[in-house]
Design a binder for this molecule. Structure first.
Ligand SMILES: NC(=O)c1ccc[n+]([C@@H]2O[C@H](COP(=O)([O-])OP(=O)(O)OC[C@H]3O[C@@H](n4cnc5c(N)ncnc54)[C@H](O)[C@@H]3O)[C@@H](O)[C@H]2O)c1
Length: 396
């Protein structure tokens, strides 16, 4: 029997809108979903944004106070898409109120905040889904299966990178993303969790890292809190200091024996969102780039003696592709990944069974991030810690 589930979305900027559309489109693609999301309340500190979003996206109500959304008696599940400095406070309050959470990465400003959320979720026994949605790309799921089946032989090399230009313009506004009390970490928090999660999703745990970081654009124009959403450019005005890193580059050792590199930048001119990986095994190789979401470059020894990669298109039977498109060559898009995420979130609540990626996967990624941060300061190789450290901090 299908039943309704009351949902709140907190933070109606870019990601809050994407979550809301994910809930709204759920039944177009997953008609058998046992829970029907009822959009009860949209919350945003900018009241007018909450009101407009509620109207546009079909919420029953709106509020400028996130606590009202968390405490609402008809809300069972809460999407948290606020700036990072609010993740811990809202997620812990929601879990303690017995609400299931769909939380955006990086789940806090620094790894310690992620661990605190994980402890609260564990204690409350609620389900969690974390916005590490690149796992749901159909050709990525196909790549994962190829690697696990041994089709590429033993995996020896891995290169993961997320090279973006969203902050490459020096006039890009000094929003919460560039401040220690707003975002905490820079690209180490903003995009490295995606890069690490993808690497570990495909090849298993990373054991140790050697990293370096840099802030190339040291000042940006100040803007008042609440002005604009996402990334935007302002001309003139006071300049303020950028407090976190634009760039991280890292050598990694996987527990499997594979070796690799992970690299992130938000100021890299040329690529726009080159979120990509390359994997090399003893009998083949593959490569993927988010900017060509539906294509996998695949090279296998096939007995013909021919050398070279071929392009494999997303097609039915790869992940959830056929929920969105009927045949190879017809493209899925970015928002579709969030529809799949909404489905996984709601079915994990219905089944009472935690699905990936939830708090365990982001904790694992933040353990690697934490080791990278330590390595940037020590200048040496750092071991990656395991699991959620105790509240007093168990170190690495
Ligand atoms: N999964 C992904 O790939 C992905 C992509 C983009 C952003 N994100 C994450 O999503 C989160 C939001 O990012 P964004 O780009 O949507 O940011 P954004 O700045 O566009 O939106 C944030 C929204 O939160 C609102 N807000 C601020 N304080 C609030 C409060 N006290 N109560 C309620 N709302 C409040 C702001 O007014 C704004 O509307 C970040 O944690 C970011 O890391 C994830």
């Amino acid at each position: 029997m299908r039943r309704e589930i009351g949902v709140a979305v907190i933070g109606m900027g870019w990601m809050g809108q994407v979550h809301s559309r994910g809930y709204r489109r759920l039944f177009h693609h997953y008609p058998e979903c046992p829970l029907r999301p009822r959009l009860v309340v949209a919350a945003d500190a900018v009241g007018e944004r909450a009101r407009q979003s509620a109207e546009l996206l079909g919420f029953e109500g709106w509020t400028a106070d996130w606590r009202e959304a968390v405490e609402h008696p008809e809300v069972e599940a809460v999407s948290i898409a606020t700036p990072n400095y609010l993740h811990r406070e809202i997620a812990v309050a929601a879990a303690r109120a017995g609400k299931h959470i769909w939380l955006e990465k990086p789940c806090g400003r620094v790894p310690e905040e992620t661990y605190e959320i994980a402890r609260a979720v564990e204690e409350a026994g609620v389900r969690s889904t974390v916005g590490l949605m690149y796992r749901h790309v159909p050709v990525v799921e196909h790549a994962r299966e190829l690697i696990a089946s041994g089709a590429l032989g033993e995996i020896t090399h891995y290169r993961g990178y997320f090279l973006a230009d969203y902050a490459a313009d020096p006039h890009g506004a000094l929003t919460w993303r560039y401040k220690l009390d707003g975002a905490g970490l820079g690209v180490l928090g903003d995009i490295m969790p995606h890069t690490v999660d993808m690497a570990q999703n495909l090849l298993g745990p990373i054991e140790s890292v050697l990293a370096q970081k840099e802030t190339f654009i040291k000042e940006r124009p100040e803007v008042p809190e609440g002005m604009g959403t996402g990334h935007f450019v302002v001309e003139g005005g006071e300049m303020g200091a950028v407090e976190n890193e634009d760039y991280v580059g890292c050598l990694v050792r996987f527990a499997s024996g594979a070796r690799g590199t992970l690299e992130n930048s938000r100021v890299c001119v040329g690529p726009h969102v080159r979120n990509a990986f390359e994997v090399n095994g003893t009998e083949g190789a593959l490569a993927w780039d988010f900017q060509r979401l539906n294509e996998l470059e695949l090279y296998r020894f096939d007995g013909t003696g021919e050398r070279g990669y071929k392009t494999v298109y997303a097609a039915p039977k790869m992940g959830d592709f056929e929920r969105f498109q009927p045949g190879a060559g017809i493209s899925m898009g970015y928002d579709d990944l969030k529809v799949t995420e909404a489905y996984r979130f709601l079915t994990s609540i219905y089944e009472g069974r935690q699905k990936e990626p939830g708090m365990a996967e982001i904790v694992s990624a933040m353990r690697v991030v934490e080791a990278m941060d330590r390595s940037c300061r020590s200048g040496g190789w750092e071991a990656v810690g395991q699991g959620v450290p105790s509240e007093r901090g168990a170190g690495a």
